[in-house]
Design a protein around this ligand. Structure first.
Ligand SMILES: Nc1ncnc2c1ncn2[C@@H]1O[C@H](COP(=O)(O)OP(=O)(O)O)[C@@H](O)[C@H]1O
Ligand SMILES: O=c1ccn([C@@H]2O[C@H](COP(=O)(O)O)[C@@H](O)[C@H]2O)c(=O)[nH]1
Length: 208
């Protein structure tokens, strides 16, 4: 099976990318489509050569924090009908897990991540580029809740990281990348009309 459509879902941390992507996947699967998802987070560079204190100081909100050359290679492979060894990243240790997951090519590949539209080398690989446009204060509230519940973080570490890197890098890289998008989605991961518009456009691309 060769890939017919690669969709990028970008936007700030906490903007609703994962929820929007999961909803789109569930609905596309329900429509009988063959879908896979890739998360840019799994392409974070491994930090195992650093001490834990150094890992905690790393700027994870700069495009260079990601191994985008590997993501680019994987998207080329999937488009060519080849399976990939999808890396697995651990947020608690800031390291790549030893095991990869095999991902097979599919009709639709959804890729979600903060820097997807801020990396010129990736842009030509996307058939549809989506940007989740959610106000920064809402993103921060969601991030605090999620990082405390799911990523083993304290409130102090979240707010320190937010001021040191997340906020300035958002303004330098993420927010300007909005202008690369084909579709800008407001109201987070539950925007029904945006989901329906995308599903309809995906069907058109698959029928071409
Ligand atoms: N429209 C929404 N209304 C309420 N909560 C939302 C909405 N969109 C996302 N969330 C919640 O906000 C948190 C962060 O969303 P998530 O999709 O993980 O963001 P991202 O992947 O962009 O970091 C999650 O707990 C998610 O369930
Ligand atoms: O080791 C790490 C790697 C990343 N982060 C933060 O994660 C977000 C991106 O993930 P989302 O799922 O889009 O929220 C990014 O803003 C990094 O600051 C981290 O804290 N530690």
């Amino acid at each position: 099976m060769s890939v017919s459509c690669v969709i990028a879902i970008a936007g700030a941390s906490g903007s609703g990318k994962s929820l929007f992507t999961q909803t789109l996947i569930q609905e596309a699967l329900g429509d009988g489509l063959d879908v896979r998802t890739l998360c840019e987070d799994h392409y974070y560079r491994d930090q195992s050569h650093l001490s834990m204190a150094q890992r905690q100081q790393t700027n994870y909100d700069h495009p260079q924090a990601f191994e985008h050359e590997l993501l680019e290679q994987h998207l080329h492979q999937l488009k060519a009908g080849e399976s990939i060894d999808y890396p697995q990243y651990c947020f608690n240790t800031h390291t790549r897990k030893p095991k990869t997951h095999a991902v097979e090519p599919a009709q639709i590949i959804l890729v979600e991540g903060i820097m997807l539209l801020a990396s010129p080398e990736l842009l030509p690989l996307f058939d549809i580029k989506v940007f989740m446009d959610t106000p920064p204060d809402i993103c921060l509230i969601r991030r605090i809740k999620r990082d405390m519940q799911e990523r083993g973080r304290s409130l102090d570490s979240i707010t320190e990281q937010y001021e040191a890197t997340v906020k300035p890098m958002y303004h330098q890289f993420v927010e300007p990348s909005r202008f690369k998008a084909d579709v800008v989605v407001t109201q987070g991961g539950e925007n029904r009309i945006a989901l329906d518009i995308l599903k309809s456009h995906i069907q058109q691309l698959l029928n071409q």
